[in-house]
Write a protein that binds this ligand. Sequence first.
Ligand code: ATP
Length: 237
Amino acid sequence: MPILTVDALDARHGLLHAVRGVSFAVEEGETLALVGANGAGKTTLLRCIAGAHRASGGRVMFDGTDVTHLPAHRRVQCGIALVPEGRRLFAGMTVEENLRVAAGRGRPGTWTVERIVEAFPQLGPKLQARAGDLSGGQQQAAAIARALMTNPRLLLLDEVSLGLSPIAVDAVYASLQGLLGGGATVVLVEQDLARALRVADRVLCMLEGRVVYEGRAQETTREQVMAAYFGLREAVA
Ligand code: ATP
């Protein structure tokens, strides 16, 4: 049984219909990359799964339970963690304080500050630094680490590369690769198509709120996704 099933999900921002009848499933241990142009609805979809945005129709099933109407903090307790676009750390608190606050909100589990430092070595010397004083790459690592401290079974990552230097992106993905190799279940939004195809098991492309392509990453070409991205008829699955 899939750990996550999204069924005919709809979401709106006022009159704007941002997510339109989206359905897909994610198996435990799988990495799914969500791609699509700006405004395609990827962030809104992730936020609906996390409970940060209200769905106006359809269902989100997590581990066999309908979580569509659960508030975000209850979904965190179920094992769903969102790393939001823009990171949203508590800027005035230290990195360690950010991590410990999150730990109190999630599920019991094996993530500790020590394990975080093993997974994200760049955070080791920064534990007592104010989160707001970190570089972009360090902040992104801290945002992922904060989500991990809730011991999620499903990690939702929104544009981890955004605004980072290529070196910082490589460092964040190097740490993520360790996690992905360890069987974590991940849905990630990634603008860099080549990277999305490299790290994901499956890729799903959205256009104007709808799913227009879904396929196994290894069997998907960059050209197929680009055609779906721009809504060219022959690419639509
Ligand atoms: P991006 O890569 O730019 O983040 P996206 O694929 O994640 O794009 P969303 O951010 O989900 O797309 O946006 C989907 C649509 O909803 C867009 O038309 C966007 O302008 C609109 N939208 C998003 N957030 C809001 C909001 N808070 N209020 C009104 N409209 C919004």
